[in-house]
Design a binder for this molecule. Structure first.
Ligand SMILES: [Ca+2]
Ligand SMILES: [Ca+2]
Ligand SMILES: [Ca+2]
Ligand SMILES: [Ca+2]
Length: 380
């Protein structure tokens, strides 16, 4: 019994350590800064927090319902007498105040932990660098209800590479033959950035690609020279990145940002046998064969891949029916292409991408949509 109590105490203490309380300073909550967008009460919310300066952080909040502004808020978090205080005022759509001129709605600080800022009646919870939840106690008819606002951070994606994509008047036939007019007319783009592995020869790998689009899909024509094609893992969901495969990165709304276990962006691995795999929100490989139709024709060392890619936005649900979006001229999307080259090793020998990636770690496309290039769809 004594040991059990001791054991429980150890657990309690270690839990308490992970829930370490931080000093009531603005620098410990600066992660709240940024432009946040989300949904609550069946409408759209936007909340923009400034960086701390002169002992305060300020925010403006807007709530849109049915395409109309319902109300605004001005919010301030101030350092006061060794603690923090959040204060806000509400305003109607025409900026007439809800509260009296000297009245504010106040939320005193309770505590700050690594991932939470707890005010009395309002909690900020950091889910990741790009996602937070705000829980607000709202009183209606004498009853208090906690409303959850889920927010995604709007990140300004750097423009790494910009390409325009001409529309096809006739849908390409996915047969691995580049005999369509549009493939003859559109220009080749290089696939020549070494993201992983040692320098390689032209015989080992070389690649280039073309793109086009119709209202229904983005089309890709890739020409890959690879001296040896390997498919070690017959099961498409085992180490799919270590077999020779073409990888298509798509960020439908060009938002950039993190996408490892969510569908803010997709990283489709197209295997030699045509299976399409990406990480699901369940954090494991999943087949997305309905998103990509492809045909591969290999002649000696040269492979032509003709690929049709349906586009899905970030509301995509792994366990529900989803409809691909329609494309139109003017649309921007995040895009990168890569090839995993393995000729005779346990793991792939090279990973060659279409976009220059800054810094030491260049294998970032499967997590970070900020490294993708930007495509703009044009008519002709
Ligand atoms: Ca064709
Ligand atoms: Ca090779
Ligand atoms: Ca996105
Ligand atoms: Ca190979």
């Amino acid at each position: 019994m004594k040991y059990l109590i001791l054991f429980l105490l150890v657990i309690l203490v270690s839990n308490a350590q992970t829930e370490k309380t931080l000093a009531p300073k603005l620098e410990n909550i600066a992660w709240i800064s940024g432009t946040w967008q989300g949904e609550a009460f069946g409408g759209i919310t936007e909340e923009i927090w400034s960086e701390p300066s002169a002992g305060s952080m300020m925010a403006s909040f807007k709530f849109i319902n049915d395409g109309k502004v319902s109300f605004y808020e001005i919010e301030v978090i101030r350092e006061v007498e060794n603690t923090l205080m959040l204060q806000l005022k509400h305003f109607r759509w025409d900026l007439k105040g809800w509260e009296g001129k000297d009245e504010t709605v106040d939320f005193p600080l309770i505590k700050i932990t690594e991932n939470k800022v707890v005010f009395e009646g309002m909690i900020f919870e950091k889910v990741s660098e790009s996602e937070m939840n705000i829980f607000v106690d709202i009183e209606t008819k004498g009853k208090t209800e906690t409303v959850k606002f889920n927010y995604k951070k709007k990140i300004d994606k750097p423009v790494n590479q910009f390409n325009t994509v001409k529309k096809a008047t006739i849908k390409p036939v996915i047969d691995g033959k580049a005999d369509e007019e549009i493939w003859k007319n559109n220009t080749w783009l290089p696939l020549d950035q070494r993201w992983l592995g040692n320098p390689y020869t032209e015989e080992d790998f070389s690649g280039r690609y073309k793109l086009t689009w119709t209202e229904d899909a983005l089309y890709l024509l890739a020409e890959i020279e690879d001296d040896k094609l390997i498919d070690n893992n017959k099961n498409p969901l085992i180490a799919w990145w270590d077999d020779d495969c073409l990888e298509v990165f798509i960020d439908e709304d060009n938002s950039g940002g993190e996408h490892q276990f969510n569908h803010n962006a997709f990283a489709y691995h197209i295997a030699l046998d045509g299976n399409v795999v990406d990480m699901s929100t369940q954090k494991k490989g999943k087949l997305y064969n309905s998103h990509i139709e492809s045909k591969r024709v290999t002649t000696v060392n040269k492979t032509i891949w003709e690929v049709r890619i349906s586009l899905f936005n970030d509301t995509y649900k792994d366990d529900a029916e989803n409809s691909p979006i329609k494309l139109q001229a003017g649309k921007l999307m995040g895009f990168a292409l890569a090839y995993c080259d393995n000729d005779n090793s346990k793991e792939r020998e090279n990973f060659i991408g279409s976009v220059y990636v800054d810094g030491e770690d260049k294998n970032r496309g499967w997590i970070d949509a900020n490294i993708f290039g930007t495509l703009k769809l044009i008519n002709n």
